[in-house]
Design a protein around this ligand. Sequence first.
Ligand SMILES: [Ca+2]
Ligand SMILES: [Ca+2]
Ligand SMILES: [Ca+2]
Length: 175
Amino acid sequence: MQAEALDRIKLIFNLLDADGSENLAADDFELMAARVSAAATGAGEDAKSAALAAFRRYWSTLASELDADGDGVVSFEEYTACVLSPERFEETINDFAESLAALGDPDGDGLIERPLFVALMTAIGFDLAGVNALFDAFEPTEADEISVATWVAEIKDYYSPDKAGIAGDRLVTNA
Ligand SMILES: [Ca+2]
Ligand SMILES: [Ca+2]
Ligand SMILES: [Ca+2]
């Protein structure tokens, strides 16, 4: 595994631990879904329910795949296994990436405007400077928009153990 991949996982673990209990549990994902939903200006109820379902699915996948000691919560040690065997999480992460990106594109034109991107990513807990640096790395259009497909691809890269020097590393350097 690349050192960058471990740094990315450390960061996302800390953010997903929305209640700061130092392990992941169902409540963290409810809390995170509520925060993200509140930031999703313009998103319809369908998109918000899909995102909530994706957060819950993310948790149930983690709970069933990674809770090695069976105590009902996922520790950081347990969580790191998700990058060691990414194929077990591919579908969950795809689903998560697509529903999150859909919240960023309420008008369905395939493009995400910066303010909404920033609102969603800071709702997850990423640092503002890192979020803007990431958006810039996506080479936005003149209207300051990026494509949904770009974001979805980047979310998948974020969890890839073999990737280093990706756009998403900016979230770590600016954390
Ligand atoms: Ca927690
Ligand atoms: Ca556990
Ligand atoms: Ca749009």
